[in-house]
Design a protein around this ligand. Sequence first.
Ligand SMILES: Cc1cc2nc3c(=O)[nH]c(=O)nc-3n(C[C@H](O)[C@H](O)[C@H](O)COP(=O)(O)O)c2cc1C
Length: 174
Amino acid sequence: MSKSILLYWATGGNVEKAAQQIYAELGAEKLEMADLASFDYHRFDEFDNFIFGIATVGAEIWRDTQGDNYWNDFFVNLENTSFEGKKFAFYGLGNQVLYPEHYVDALGYLKKEVEKRKGTIVGYWPTEGYSFTDSEGVADGKFFGLALDEDFQKDLTPERIKQWTAQISREMGL
Ligand SMILES: Cc1cc2nc3c(=O)[nH]c(=O)nc-3n(C[C@H](O)[C@H](O)[C@H](O)COP(=O)(O)O)c2cc1C
């Protein structure tokens, strides 16, 4: 049986809240869950499917090698690890009203890091129903994962998560 895990960072805010909703939707028998600071990256090869949760909080923060940037540490630790044969789905928190030119940019960062290591990305999500001008997390009218906006579209989050988890369940064969 394939093994799946949801990894997210940061804790204590909207990314963690969405992680709990996704976990509740998919069920503990299908999925493990851990925040990135608690996850031992040596366990990476145990898993076939990964869900990654991230917030866009300014490129200077999530690309920085300083501070509590656990996504950066994660990818540096797995720099020479092949992701081939594994599936990856992303969800990203952002704010399309205050940052319309950079809405959920961090989805683009995750895509780049995963593709560099030859992972397969699933969970692409349509841009209909969002209002923004630019994003590094979009190509061909699709986000590279589920885009969430707890600041301005909070009421849409539960239904989006429900639909997206059903979609990735199919795509990952959960
Ligand atoms: C300093 C700062 C910078 C941000 N920059 C962006 C951004 O560039 N693009 C975006 O979509 N959201 C941006 N946001 C919004 C956050 O991604 C959003 O509020 C998210 O829900 C925070 O998740 P968290 O509570 O787990 O930290 C920014 C928020 C902060 C505080």
